[in-house]
Write a protein that binds this ligand. Structure first.
Ligand SMILES: Nc1nc2c(ncn2[C@@H]2O[C@H](COP(=O)(O)OP(=O)(O)OP(=O)(O)O)[C@@H](O)[C@H]2O)c(=O)[nH]1
Ligand SMILES: [Mg+2]
Length: 462
């Protein structure tokens, strides 16, 4: 190249580069508006409530694709099945989940999530049997009401995968093949459980790869529940009304006092322990408007805790030095209302769902050991991608309460994940064969799944 040509080429390059820089600075370069939009979306998440639940921190586009394909397949198959001109005698294979309608609301949902996972991995259709008023509380993307098709399956063969604590095929869940000849010979796989019983499925060698591809972060419950269990718009707007009280940073507390390990009345959960956990969280918060949302299984306990927190934040200098303003609130549910379905567990179904969702919208959670309510709220959460796990408050023996700081057992711990509890996992570890236990323990969360509930013994048949 001659000298003038080299100079011209340098000039041209410099000019092009300058124009590019100018375009970038003035946001006129095509990719810039997108970048700006993403930033705005991320910012709006900080004040997230359900209004923007399509744009929340936790999203999984890979699973969404699988889900949307499933919905299309379900609709197509059902339309064909119910078409009067269809004279094929072949019935699609199905998974049918029966929730326990006499159990707490936190107990009804895990079986649904498990059943849906079973249907995905085994290429079966998914149905729910006997969830009264499901449509009143949740928005459905497809018709999974078993009543729609059950009359066709009167003569069909069925296998019980789970019947509460009595029957649980853990070997199949942890290391079996859901498409084997044996399992395929059944038209119906039945799931009747109150537990997040399918947790070992993500360790199963047949499905590990699928999970690694579709839900690699082990937020399995969150991923499935945010698509399959969408709150009904009426309830959603009630949640939004409450969520408007949320501020820059929100701590959610679930206080469960009315539950003790089976057969013992000697355990209690000191209210002060929740307040200790909140103090620990608050020490790291500076220059923020904070809200604390308190959900509880009884009005008295809730009021005591709210008063204690109010008192603390009025007087304690630590928080004033951190320059935080704190507001404490709760939903309107009156926990003294007797629930006709569950006389031990009070309050209304709407109230419980609203509390669950509000807890799930908080930035941090302080919940009660062994209560599926708090663990479920953590799992059914748009904030599941928060880095810090849950603070879990353990009950302690009543006669230890004279000195609350000295107990010979952990009374507060931080969970590594927001996955719900699998209370049967202790039983799995105790009773199953070595290979099943080993496979379950290959799940990095096995301790999380197995340390969140009192040990239970299998029911003896009499
Ligand atoms: N509204 C509301 N209801 C609650 C709250 N905590 C407990 N309840 C009621 O108590 C029930 C507790 O049942 P679950 O949701 O299964 O929770 P759990 O603590 O595991 O209790 P069990 O499984 O019944 O032993 C709920 O369904 C509600 O009826 C709360 O914070 N708010
Ligand atoms: Mg429960």
């Amino acid at each position: 190249m001659t000298k003038p040509l080299v100079i011209l080429s340098i000039l041209l390059n410099v000019t092009t580069f300058s124009i590019l820089l100018l375009l970038i600075n003035t946001n006129r370069f095509t990719c810039i508006p997108e970048l700006v939009e993403t930033k705005e979306a991320t910012n709006s998440i900080n004040t997230e409530n359900l209004k923007n639940d399509d744009n929340t921190k936790y999203m999984n586009s890979k699973f969404d694709k699988v889900y949307n394909e499933y919905v299309k397949k379900h609709d197509r198959t059902i339309t064909k099945l119910l078409d009067p001109s269809n004279n094929s005698s072949e019935l699609p294979k199905v998974v049918v989940v029966r929730p326990d309608m006499h159990a707490g609301f936190g107990n009804r949902l895990p079986g649904i999530i498990c059943g849906f996972l079973y249907s995905l991995i085994s290429d079966r259709l998914f149905f729910i049997d006997g969830y009264s008023n499901f449509e009143k509380y949740f928005e459905k993307d497809f018709d999974h009401n078993w009543d729609t098709v059950s009359y066709l399956y009167k003569e069909s063969s069925a296998k019980d995968l789970h019947i509460r604590d009595e029957v649980n095929d853990f070997t199949l869940v942890a290391r079996g093949n859901f498409s084997s000849e044996e399992i395929n010979s059944y038209d119906i796989l039945r799931v009747y459980t109150i537990d997040y019983i399918c947790a070992p499925l993500s360790s199963n060698p047949y499905y590990k790869e699928w999970f690694n591809k579709i839900i690699p972060d082990y937020r399995i419950f969150t991923t499935v529940s945010l698509t399959l269990l969408k709150l009904h718009p009426d309830l959603k707007s009630q949640v939004e009304d409450h969520a408007n009280k949320f501020r820059d940073y929100n701590i959610g507390i679930h206080l469960r006092e009315k539950k003790s390990p089976e057969g013992t009345k000697s355990w209690m959960v000191p209210i002060e322990h929740y307040y200790e956990a909140v103090r620990m969280l608050m020490l790291e918060v500076k220059n923020k408007n904070v809200s604390i949302f308190v959900a509880a299984d009884n009005t008295d306990g809730r009021n005591k805790l709210v008063n204690l927190l109010n008192e603390e934040f009025k007087s304690n200098n630590i928080y004033h030095d951190n320059n935080n303003s704190v507001k404490i609130f709760h939903s309107e549910d009156n926990m003294d209302l007797e629930n006709p379905v569950m006389w031990v567990n009070r309050g209304t179904e709407v109230g419980a769902l609203i509390d669950l969702k509000l807890l799930g919208l908080c930035d941090d959670l302080v919940i009660t050991y062994a209560s599926s309510f708090g663990l479920l709220a953590a799992g059914w959460s748009h904030k599941a991608s928060r880095q810090r796990g849950l603070f879990v408050i353990n009950p302690i023996k009543k006669n230890w309460t004279e000195n609350l700081q000295v107990v010979d057992k952990i009374w507060m711990w931080g969970a590594i994940s927001s996955e719900p509890c699998m209370y049967m996992s202790k039983l799995l570890i105790k009773n199953e064969d070595e290979e099943t236990v080993r496979t379950f323990k290959s799940n990095p969360l096995w301790i999380h799944y197995s340390q969140c509930h009192f040990p239970i013994e299998p029911r003896t048949k009499n």
